[in-house]
Design a protein around this ligand. Structure first.
Ligand code: FE
Ligand code: FE
Length: 281
């Protein structure tokens, strides 16, 4: 039997995942609010407010707190921690390094910020609560800069203050090739986890930190936007972020049965190599 050409399979997969043409009203609404409310002022305020790491928990306690369903994701309807195991296992089966398996396991742990604010009304206003997630999930974009047309649901770009302000400027509020680590992206779980791991001094390689901080910046790693803001290091790291994205996306499966206890046993060894007993968050 002749195998279906690989390219065809890739095309099918590509068309199946991240299809926003007929996405639900709740996804549209999330992006509408995200474009309306995310701007430089907001993101700076959220970094100050939420990136204070005064809570302390064991790794698996933290892991179990992220049972949240991501409203922005059209491809998944199971709690986030299954998605984390699926991503990690995909990376492990591809014989990629342990540190990358670990990135698979933790990359969405930043969603734990929705547990931070005990004032639920305020958390909702910030877009960082269980039912209001525009400051927590979704594709990110660079603030203080126009939003490229290749953004998903780009019809909402015109609602964004920073976009309107810098619409006719190439570099927006930045210097040419300033480097992605020096721009401010829309606030959410990527940025929070990056800050949290840095605070805890987790000894992961630079590639891992890029995967974590920019995994939702599809405009950069998929649409190849923002080249004029990249520095040399960003160009080197991009293929790693793209490699990671294959596992983040294509391991999603709502029906897969997993032996969670056995998985926890395997990953616990990795956790112990990289993480302290208790983690500040
Ligand atoms: Fe994510
Ligand atoms: Fe993910």
């Amino acid at each position: 039997m002749k195998l279906v050409p690989n390219i065809f399979i890739f095309f099918i997969i590509y068309m199946y995942f991240r299809n926003y043409d007929k996405c639900s009203e709740s996804i549209k609404n999330l992006y509408k609010q995200q474009r309306t409310n995310q701007n430089l002022g907001y993101a700076k305020k959220m970094r100050k407010k939420y990136c204070q790491f005064t809570n302390k928990n064991y790794f698996w306690e933290l892991f179990d707190m992220v049972q949240i369903k991501d409203v922005s994701d059209p491809d998944i309807s199971i709690p986030n921690n299954y998605h984390l195991f699926q991503t990690a296992e995909g990376i492990r089966k591809a014989n990629l390094p342990e540190w990358m398996q670990l990135v698979g396991l933790i990359h969405d742990l930043g969603k734990v910020i929705y547990k931070k604010n005990k004032n639920l009304q305020e958390a909702k206003t910030d877009g960082i609560s269980e039912d209001t997630q525009w400051g927590l999930v979704g594709d990110t974009f660079i603030l203080g800069h126009r939003i490229p047309n290749t953004a998903i649901l780009s019809e909402f770009n015109e609602l964004n203050q920073d976009h309107l302000k810098y619409k006719d400027s190439k570099y927006g509020s930045y210097k040419p090739n300033i480097g992605l680590n020096n721009v401010i992206c829309s606030f959410g779980h990527d940025e929070y986890l990056y800050q949290m791991l840095k605070y805890n001094e987790i000894p992961l390689p630079e590639e891992a930190y890029y995967m974590i901080r920019f995994h939702s910046l599809y405009l950069w790693h998929k649409e190849n936007e923002y080249g004029h803001l990249e520095e040399e290091k960003d160009r080197e790291m991009k293929s790693w972020v793209q490699k990671f994205n294959q596992f983040d996306l294509y391991t999603k499966d709502d029906n897969e049965k997993m032996d969670i206890e056995e998985l926890k046993h395997y990953y616990d060894e990795l956790i112990q190599k990289y993480f302290p007993e208790e983690i500040f968050w």
